[in-house]
Design a protein around this ligand. Structure first.
Ligand code: ATP
Ligand code: MG
Length: 200
């Protein structure tokens, strides 16, 4: 091989590496006690959708219809939203067996979605696991299962996890970890309840 051929081969290899790097998906975690975790994840979803990407949103614990879930009908075929919850059980002391089963089935569903190959072949480019940390906090799911599902995913998929009290094991596998820190929240200081278009 002459010098020109070697240089060309090296260039090609570098290009391939760059392409792989571009296609790699990262893990984002939005945690903390301040407002903005779920809305940030939906903001990212909108950005990804407008960039022609396909997005899957799995919502743990939640079963209420939020105004943002209407986005699914506007972005048919590009966005899928599923809920794996049974009301706001977090206000009760003890989650029921049903709460646990729904979370376990939800994680299994997300595991399948996360193993699919690219959006061209029926898969998704971004998977959002909303309030996943709440399912962990209430021991509906095992952290080892959650870490395994995220680690063993199709590496091209961008993953976003939201919820308070993200455990260390989850933070350890995050590439972007943001803590929303509450300085003030009008619910606490002024008793303002959830409003349409702002909290739901
Ligand atoms: P949002 O959905 O508005 O982005 P979030 O995902 O960061 O909020 P969660 O921890 O999921 O917040 O909280 C659920 C609800 O409690 C939301 O309606 C949220 O607006 C509200 N909330 C968030 N932070 C606080 C706070 N510090 N005190 C009281 N209520 C809060
Ligand atoms: Mg939230």
């Amino acid at each position: 091989m002459d010098a020109t051929t070697i240089n060309k081969k090296e260039e090609e290899e570098e290009e391939e590496e760059e392409e792989e790097e571009e296609e790699k998906g990262y893990v984002h975690i939005y945690t903390g006690n301040g407002k903005g975790k779920t809305t940030a994840a939906f903001g990212l979803a909108v950005r990804a959708l407008m960039a022609e990407k396909k997005v899957f949103i799995g919502q743990f614990v939640k079963s209420m219809k939020y105004h943002e879930t209407k986005l699914e009908s506007l972005m048919e075929g590009q966005l899928c939203i599923k809920q794996y919850g049974n009301g706001c059980f977090i206000y009760k002391n003890e989650p029921t067996a049903d709460d646990k089963n729904m979370a376990i089935d939800g994680l299994a569903d997300c595991e399948r979605i996360l193993s699919l190959s690219g959006s061209g072949s029926g898969g998704y480019d971004m998977v959002i696991l909303d309030e996943l940390t709440i399912a962990l906090r209430y021991k509906l799911l095992e952290i080892t299962d959650v870490v395994r599902v995220i680690r063993e995913r199709n590496p091209k998929i961008e993953v976003v996890v939201t919820g308070r009290d993200a455990p260390e094991e989850l933070i350890a596998i995050g590439d972007v970890v943001t803590e929303m820190k509450s300085i003030k929240h009008y619910y606490k200081e002024q008793g303002v309840l959830a409003r349409d278009g702002i909290e739901r």
